[in-house]
Design a protein around this ligand. Structure first.
Ligand SMILES: Nc1ncnc2c1ncn2[C@@H]1O[C@H](COP(=O)(O)OP(=O)(O)OP(=O)(O)O)[C@@H](O)[C@H]1O
Ligand SMILES: [Mg+2]
Length: 349
């Protein structure tokens, strides 16, 4: 295409040169030999072509220069935290131009700005969630501490206020623990030490460790776990089981039932934790794994929780190349299914 344009331009220059020389020769009444006339035509034609190229080239260089300025300006804005950048490539986008380095640079800058904008929005949402989660217990603590200054309070009221302060402090400390866990899981600093251990034993010992909580609510706990050895990070996996068991206990009403079963497929260990709690709406199935998401806010306010447990479990399953999914029926109960590769070593992770 470019070659055809150049050839046509060269031909046009020769034609112009032919008419110029013809009119000059007739003006000075000189009739040179045909070969000399042809040479003069060719030289003048090339000169016109050269001058034309220089002028057009300068024009394009100036446009490219302006465009480079636009790109530099966009990068400067991004570096200053302004991600509302959307560069337009104004020189066409056919298949050949699509591969032009400038076009690729423009696309990369635009997608970098879009990604950074999304990350910034997530960061701001995270900060506002953290502030909210810290703000409400602090308000409650300061309110009840103030009330405790009243000398006329009887012992019973005093005890009640102190219990509320204690609960809110526990909530704050759990929130800070969970935030720290997430920060470490997100960073490269997360130590990951897969060892080979008995998953059935781990589940049984965690269920026994939670006995005071499920006993208190008279929950019937049923466990079916045959001997199964897996290779995974034992500490991180206990975190996953604890978060799921605690949710089960927390959301299941008194005298309900929690069933924990362990089975295996060819390459995976599959753990199902089912309860007879209030259930989760289908539209919340994926959202409950997001940070700070609470499916039923009024119920969560009553039982406590900051919406981080499942996102921690999800992150740990990602590290193990496993999966965690939920199935539920409103009013009947919820079942979480965790699928974990039987063998995992550091190189794979
Ligand atoms: N077994 C369950 N039954 C009913 N709803 C549940 C169950 N497990 C989780 N959910 C819903 O999913 C939401 C997210 O759970 P997640 O464990 O992440 O947070 P949380 O339990 O509210 O707080 P945290 O775990 O940080 O103490 C809960 O707020 C609740 O609405
Ligand atoms: Mg939880």
């Amino acid at each position: 295409m470019n070659f055809t344009i150049a050839l046509s331009a060269l031909l046009a220059c020769w034609i112009i040169s032919f008419y110029i020389t013809k009119s000059v020769f007739s003006a000075v009444a000189w009739a040179p030999h045909d070969l000399l006339s042809l040479l003069i035509n060719a030289v003048i034609g090339f000169c016109i072509f050269g001058v034309g190229i220089a002028i057009v080239g300068k024009f394009f260089r100036r446009r490219e220069h302006y465009f480079l300025d636009d790109m530099l300006e966009a990068l400067k804005r991004i570096s200053q935290g302004d991600f509302r950048v959307n560069l337009e490539w104004e020189f066409g986008r056919n298949n050949e131009q699509q591969r032009h380095p400038y076009v690729q640079l423009v696309d990369s800058i635009n997608s970098m700005a879009a990604n950074l904008k999304e990350m910034e929005e997530l960061r701001q949402e995270f900060i506002s969630n953290v502030s909210h989660e810290i703000g409400s217990p602090l308000t409650s603590i300061s309110g009840f501490a103030k009330a405790l200054k009243n000398d006329k309070l009887d012992v019973e009221q005093r005890q009640r206020y102190l219990t509320i302060i204690e609960t809110e402090c526990f909530r704050l400390s759990k929130l800070s623990d969970n935030l720290l866990k997430l920060a470490v899981l997100d960073s490269e600093r997360q130590p990951f030490h897969p060892t080979t251990y008995r998953l059935d034993k781990q589940l049984v010992s965690l269920i026994l460790a939670c006995e005071p909580q499920w006993e208190e609510k008279k929950i019937e706990m049923s466990v079916e776990a045959d001997e199964l050895e897996i290779s995974a990070d034992e500490d991180l996996m206990s975190q996953v089981w604890l978060n799921l068991i605690h949710n089960g206990i927390k959301f299941t009403p008194e005298s309900g039932k929690i069933t924990i079963s362990l089975s295996r497929t060819e390459e995976h260990a599959v753990v199902c934790i089912a309860d007879t709690g209030p259930g989760i709406d289908e539209q919340d199935y994926t959202r409950i794994f997001e940070r700070f998401y609470k499916a039923d806010k009024s119920r969560v306010r009553a039982v406590g929780g900051s919406g981080l447990g499942l996102s921690i479990a999800h992150k740990i399953m990602e590290l193990h190349r496993g999966s965690i999914a939920v199935q539920s029926k409103l009013g009947e109960g919820t079942e979480f299914t965790v699928s974990l590769p039987l063998r995992l070593d550091r190189a794979e992770a």
